[in-house]
Design a binder for this molecule. Structure first.
Ligand code: NDP
Length: 243
């Protein structure tokens, strides 16, 4: 990229491992991408730091705990020196937590914790990112969701999977957030995206997809999405997921 060309700018949460790390890795293969990689503890994000050695694009690492609302509200001060004149093209809200539980045994505090991290944090993050998104031409918000939050999909799952409660509840709420954000801001393209079942700490080693394959699909889906796709629930391969 020439020094005067405007980069395509990305903010990815939960960027230190799993799908978030792979997203940052693949985005940095392009010299035109500037990636702001957010993680809870940058000092321990060695895999992320290592990407700088091979990156063709530009990497900035910022500290962000999406369950800490004060931390999210303070994020613009970290973003301003990086994105101030350029704005933010893509917000990728990826960080999330999982717990194995069931509807009649769940710990209500645990449920609140999942809703805090998986829904309220992403909602507030989109609010604080709005001025940066508004300043850029692309204006895309991607919420990494899950078919676990799709009632139409869960009814087809084996009972053992279908029993899990707090995580699917949080992702179903996230899906509604996507729709509400799309309705309120037609100038944005807001998408809920299921990455598939991916080999990460959350997905486990028996998962069907490598992070490489899932993420190459995710990048294709979000870069080719148009405003017509806003409010949709899509899979990493571009297929629609029923709500
Ligand atoms: P991992 O558990 O492998 O990684 C989760 C990431 O989220 C880590 O970087 C973790 O950081 C971060 N994170 C968790 N809590 C917070 C927080 N409070 N603040 C900031 N970062 C946080 O998960 P995946 O990579 O597999 O999942 C990524 C996304 O994909 C999630 O939204 C998940 O729900 C979704 N998904 C995953 C599937 C799969 O099969 N893997 C299937 C369907 C959806 P830290 O290291 O600090 O904990």
């Amino acid at each position: 990229m020439s020094s005067t060309a405007r980069p395509t700018t990305w903010l990815v949460t939960g960027a230190n491992r799993g799908i978030g790390l792979e997203l940052v890795r693949q985005l940095l293969a392009s010299p035109s991408n500037l990636v702001v990689a957010a993680c809870r503890t940058p000092a321990k994000a060695t895999a992320l730091e290592d990407l700088k050695k091979t990156a063709k694009g530009t990497l900035h690492i910022v500290q962000l705990d999406v369950s800490d609302f004060d931390n999210i509200r303070a994020l613009p001060a970290q973003l301003e020196p990086i994105l101030g004149t350029t704005g933010l093209d893509y917000l990728v809200s990826n960080a999330a937590i999982f717990v194995q539980d069931t509807p009649f045994t769940l710990d209500p505090e645990g449920l609140l914790s999942l809703v805090r991290t998986n829904v309220a944090g992403p909602a507030l993050l989109a609010q604080v990112a709005l001025p940066f998104l508004s300043a850029a031409p692309t204006k895309k918000v991607l919420h990494i969701s899950s078919t676990a939050g799709s009632i139409a999909s869960v009814v087809q799952m084996p009972p053992a999977y279908a029993a899990n409660a707090s995580y699917p509840i949080s992702k179903a709420a996230l899906n509604m957030l996507v729709y509400k954000q799309k309705v309120e801001r037609p100038d944005l393209t807001v998408i809920a995206l299921c990455p598939g079942w991916v080999q990460t700490d959350m997905g486990g080693s028996g998962a069907s997809l490598t992070p490489e394959k899932s993420v190459s699909g995710i990048i294709k889906v979000i870069t080719t999405a148009t405003s017509e796709d806003s409010g949709k629930f899509l899979r990493y391969d571009g297929e629609s997921v029923p709500w």
